[in-house]
Design a binder for this molecule. Structure first.
Ligand code: CA
Length: 231
């Protein structure tokens, strides 16, 4: 698997390079947006790790340019507190983000999840749609539409099930409120994030041991929700 790192800060770029290559990834580096685009076109990396604050080009604009011709996963590197930037990047076609400063484990988990969803999107061989999901006591059978917690079936309404199944198909990646609303209620949905929060409250009461400290579906404040990685 080949990863293109786009980061102008040499210190961070070297750190990312070291972490990713010691995990067995083949790493390419670009220090600005111009080189990023030409390297992406030339080498077609399996994933692009993109810093939003580049000297020569706006990161959001770079995502749009890349999405004009490639569906490869893009994971954005963003500063803490810049929630609006993350939402914009995700809705503009990025797959996920990591917030600076981030730990090695978190970075590798995001990269793995994004590579998985990239394979899922392409329908490549061996990327058969995952029909069952398991994380701790939570089990989801997507073919039979059955959700179990600690072996006990849980009754979810149709919308609650759609929300859980959507998060499950993107397990490990964050989904924005806007993306979820459009996926569940359609592209012309006029409902706001409140209806999603209400549904999520009900889902958590049904699947979480401690609904206020969720272990399966976590809230990414100001951005959206994330289902934990499956086993
Ligand atoms: Ca930067």
């Amino acid at each position: 698997m080949r990863i293109l790192i786009v980061e102008d800060d040499a210190r961070i770029r070297h750190y990312l390079q070291a972490v990713l290559s010691s995990s067995g990834y083949d790493v390419l580096e670009a220090a600005n947006g111009h080189n990023a685009l030409s390297m992406a076109a030339q080498h077609d990396p399996d994933l692009i790790l993109l810093d939003l604050g580049l000297p020569d080009r706006d990161g959001q604009e770079l995502i749009r340019s890349l999405r004009g011709w490639t569906q490869r996963p893009i994971v954005v590197v963003s500063a803490r507190g810049h929630e609006q930037d993350k939402v914009m990047a995700l809705d503009g076609g990025a797959d996920d983000y990591v917030t600076k400063p981030f730990g090695t484990e978190e970075l590798l988990a995001r990269v793995r999840a994004a590579l998985r969803s990239g394979r899922y999107r392409e329908g490549a061989p061996g990327a058969a749609r995952r029909e069952t999901f398991k994380a701790g006591g939570l089990e989801i059978d997507l073919a039979r539409r059955v959700v179990k917690v600690d072996g006990q079936p849980v009754h979810l309404t149709q919308n609650e099930y759609k929300i859980v199944a959507l998060l499950c198909r993107h397990a490990g990646s964050v989904l924005t409120y806007d993306f979820m609303i459009k996926s569940i209620w359609g592209p012309y949905a006029t409902c706001d994030a409140q209806i999603l929060r209400v549904n999520m409250g009900n889902i958590r009461r049904k699947i979480e041991r401690e609904p206020s400290y969720p272990e399966y579906i976590v809230t990414e404040i100001g951005v959206g929700y994330r289902m934990v990685e499956g086993e």
